[in-house]
Design a protein around this ligand. Structure first.
Ligand SMILES: N[C@@H](CCC(=O)N[C@@H](CS)C(=O)NCC(=O)O)C(=O)O
Length: 203
């Protein structure tokens, strides 16, 4: 398998999941502005939507959309316990978090990357992030290690990546101490360390 990624982007969640399951995979960095990969591939031929992540299988089939990639990796590797069994309430809960992070939280951070946000536009965008993060801060207030309890899941990999964007866009993560602790906890996982090193985010 090959993962198309941008350093620190949402593709980092898939990257961490690949390491959590012990997959045999390679990495290909993408320049989304140029729509070229580091080895010179035309990225529009990989993902016509032009964004990462994309996962290329050994038969050249390609899977896109981060949540679909994460779910596939979790489902194919039950021993890694990244995703509870299909049809259970626990699975529904992970799906709830994936959906919330993908459509509510990730997209609340997106405007900070797309535009130079200033004045009222920035205030409105910050308020939206704060509302979404506030929801997760309350959830984590009971001392649980991860979103659904003490088991790390694909939803945690995704939240880790998105919450980590805060410093890049000058949002103070420490205003949500439970999420800040969560981010440190996930960052300390050997898989997250290895993934961030491989993407050039850590020495
Ligand atoms: N719906 C997509 C969105 C992926 C996405 O937003 N990727 C960003 C990085 S986090 C990207 O590649 N943006 C570049 C672009 O859209 O041009 C998914 O969930 O996989």
């Amino acid at each position: 398998m090959k993962l198309y990624y941008m350093p620190g982007a949402c593709s980092l969640a898939s990257h961490i999941a690949l390491r959590e399951i012990g997959a045999d995979f390679s990495l290909e960095k993408v320049d989304v502005k140029e729509q070229k990969t580091e080895s010179g591939e035309d990225f529009t031929a990989v993902n016509p939507n032009g964004y990462v992540p994309a996962l290329r299988f050994d038969d050249d089939d390609i899977l896109t959309e981060g949540v679909a990639v994460l779910q596939f990796l979790g489902e194919q590797n039950p021993d890694a316990k990244l995703l509870p069994a299909s049809g259970t309430r626990e699975r529904a809960r992970v799906n709830q978090h994936l959906s919330f992070i993908g459509s509510e939280l990730h997209k609340a951070y997106s405007p900070f990357f797309a535009n130079k946000l200033e004045g009222e536009a920035r205030t409105i965008a910050e308020a939206k992030v704060a509302k979404r993060m506030g929801h997760l801060e309350t959830l984590l207030a009971d001392g649980r290690n991860y979103l659904t309890g003490d088991q790390f899941t694909i939803a945690d990999a995704y939240l880790f990546v998105v919450a980590n964007w805060s410093s890049l866009v000058n949002i103070d993560l420490d205003q949500w101490p439970n999420i800040a602790s969560f981010v440190k906890r996930v960052a300390a996982r050997p898989t997250a360390q290895a993934a961030m090193k491989a993407e050039g985010l850590l020495q």
